[in-house]
Write a protein that binds this ligand. Structure first.
Ligand code: ADP
Ligand code: MG
Length: 631
């Protein structure tokens, strides 16, 4: 497999690759059958089912971009079919002498423009709120179609000009136009999954807040996805309207179109390329059957609802992924499974040629602090988690931040990178005020951050996780193949450096906690940050890894990177950091060298405890003896 596999399909070895080829073979045979069908069979009933299935396939494949990749569940997809139908219907009735086909691309443009406007409102909301807005949008379009009678004909609907071609070829033009639109839609879906935009969308689906901290421009990427998921749907809706020759709000803007589209997506496999097509060709015939043999109407609702529940319960990933995992299970059954890759000893900094650049400093020049936080505040209800904290991280330093549990250290990090928005205060990064900036802009300005509880994109491979970080924003970069060129090389180098290159093709969710910490470090380094915030880098990992971690921090620091580190492991902090800030109840209660901190009575009293000084010194000594003994 090439390096350019999408996050969803990255096969774990040869079995996966051949499954992929079997899948492609089946898709090719199905495509040929589909293309030949009207020529070999002129049964209009079946042609009608296929035409409807094609419309739903386009709609579901479009939906796979915003819902499957980006994780935003939209029930407004049917509205784009309807908007397309109405665009073509209205234009065709006003210009009876022009070919109706001319309006089909325009239907796509209208759908895209409406998506753009809707996106500004809807994409600010996440989760259930987003779903509700899309449903409201659908009803809004319906209300407009009903009430703007002069344009839409109201509830009486619009009658389009009849097709002009000979009755001999019947439905062929509709049939092939929809097949062509489906081909374009699939090409778009396929391409989006391979480029950086697609990686960004999967990152948004997996963990939107984290995605923003690694430089992914959320509004732009979500908006492109939303528009991309509607444009061909509008065109398909246009062809559909022409095919029906009669459109009215109840038919064209029925929420059942949205529900059926969603069902097709879920049945087939929401994050796959072909799943939506398969789903559409399974659900539409079923719908037709229910209409004819089970009384239609409400039976359809019961059927759709029941099917939805069954899918969610038994095939949460959809039919296609279920078949794929069954096949790969059959193939790998009995074999040894994953080869036990090991964490490498780590590469040298000198090998990091692609992305990480040493910070050049003019000797003697006055430099502003790397980070300055002034009177930062954040309350959760009545709890003042950060209560006027102020601290300075000198340029080029490894600064420590310690304090009892719940003293607001993680919250302070969250405010600095805008994972949570501050109530007040100022944040300055290298002399620039950044508290008004979005998280991704802060990342682009040189702020990197790891999380106390690692937050990798679980369904992506290790390499994709690292590549997903975007150290600057450009429109053209969004269109580049995700895992390729200099980016991929830089990511490999960084993985080699942290010792995780052997795991590059493994899904992040399969890693141990310590391994995740290393990958998250590589991911953050991909931003080439000036300042790196590490939240408990030594927490919950084995002593060897702790040792390696502090070695890397020292090395990176000598390369010019500034660090601010939250850590409970005192020998680690005291051996590494200078200065050290102590946080108590959301406020900076002391700052100084490790020595000063250890001997500050207030700190010892509030946090370290009477026994601490002795104990910590012993720990440091023991660690040093061990190090001396092992070399
Ligand atoms: P630390 O990292 O120093 O252990 P935190 O910053 O995680 O502390 O938490 C500080 C206080 O704020 C704690 O009392 C915690 O329960 C509270 N807190 C943190 N995040 C939230 C949140 N998202 N909502 C409500 N309370 C929170
Ligand atoms: Mg914490």
């Amino acid at each position: 497999m090439s390096a350019a596999t999408s996050p969803e399909e990255a096969p774990t070895g040869r079995a996966g690759a051949s499954t992929l080829w079997v899948g492609r073979g089946i898709a090719a045979v199905a495509a040929v059958l589909l293309l030949l069908y009207p020529v070999i069979n002129d049964n209009r009933y079946y042609q009608n089912i296929i035409i409807l299935s094609l419309v739903f396939a386009v709609a579901a494949s479009g939906l796979s971009i915003i819902t499957g990749l980006a994780g935003y569940v939209s029930l407004g997809q049917g509205a784009f079919i309807g908007l397309g139908g109405y665009t073509v219907g209205i234009l065709a009735t006003h210009h009876p002498d022009t070919s109706v086909w001319l309006w089909v691309p325009l239907a796509g443009v209208v759908a895209a423009l409406v998506a753009l406007v809707l996106g500004f409102v809807a994409l600010r909301a996440r989760g259930p709120s987003f779903v509700i807005i899309t449903v409201a949008f659908l009803f809004l379009v319906q209300v407009i179609a009903i009430n703007w009678r002069s344009l839409t004909g109201g509830t009486e609907g619009l009658t389009l000009p009849l097709p002009t071609w000979s009755a001999d070829i019947m439905n062929w033009p509709f049939y092939y136009a929809l097949t062509a639109i489906l081909a374009l839609q699939l090409l778009l879906a396929w391409w989006v999954r391979r480029i950086k935009l697609g990686t960004g969308l999967v990152a948004i689906r997996e963990d939107e807040t984290k995605a923003a901290t690694v430089g992914i421009n959320l509004p732009v990427e979500k908006m492109i996805a939303f528009v991309a998921s509607s444009v061909f749907v509008g065109m398909a809706g246009g062809v559909y309207g022409y095919y029906l020759t009669f459109i009215d709000p109840r038919g064209m803007l029925n929420i059942l179109l949205s529900v059926q589209t969603m069902l097709a997506l879920l049945v087939g496999g929401k994050a796959t390329l072909w799943g939506p097509v398969l789903g559409a060709f399974l659900v539409e015939p079923l719908n037709e059957y229910a209409n004819n043999n089970l009384g239609g109407g409400n039976t359809r609702l019961v059927l759709f609802g029941g099917l939805l529940i069954l899918i969610v319960l038994f095939l949460p990933q959809g039919v296609l992924p279920a078949i794929e995992s069954l096949l790969s299970w059959l193939r790998t059954r009995g074999s040894a499974g994953l080869v036990g890759a090991r964490i490498g000893t780590g590469g040298s900094l000198a090998s990091l040629t692609e992305r990480l650049h040493p910070v050049e400093r003019e000797p003697g020049a006055a430099v502003p602090p790397m980070l300055e936080v002034k009177d930062l505040r954040k309350s959760f209800g009545g709890l003042k988690a950060v209560d006027g904290a102020s601290l300075v991280v000198p340029e080029g330093s490894i600064t420590g931040l310690i304090g009892p549990n719940g003293s607001g250290k993680t919250t302070l990090f969250n405010l600095v990178d805008d994972t949570i928005h501050a109530d007040g205060g100022e944040i300055w990064l290298a002399g620039e005020r950044i508290d008004g900036l979005s998280p991704w802009t802060r990342a682009h300005r040189g702020l990197g951050r790891t999380f106390q509880i690692t937050r990798l994109f679980r369904e992506m491979t290790v390499l994709e996780n690292v590549v997903a970080a975007q150290h600057s924003f450009s429109w053209s970069q969004l269109g580049r193949i995700a895992v390729s060129g200099a980016e991929a090389k830089a990511a490999e180098e960084l993985l080699e450096y942290v010792g995780m290159r052997a795991f590059r093709d493994q899904k992040a969710r399969a890693l141990s906690y310590g391994q995740q910490k290393l990958v998250e470090l590589a991911q953050v380094l991909m931003l080439d940050p000036k300042l790196i915030l590490l939240d408990e880098p030594a927490g919950g990992i084995n002593p060897v890894l702790v040792e390696r971690m502090s070695e890397m921090i020292r090395e990176l620091n000598s390369y010019g990177k500034t660090f601010l580190i939250v850590e409970h492991n005192m020998p680690f902090v005291l051996g590494l950091c200078d200065p050290v800030h102590v946080l108590g109840r959301g406020r900076t209660m002391a700052s100084g060298t490790p020595d000063q901190i250890q001997n500050d009575p207030a700190v010892v009293d509030a946090y370290l405890g009477d026994d601490f000084v002795l104990e910590a010194t012993e720990q440091v000594e023991r660690a040093e003896q061990e190090r001396a003994g092992s070399t």
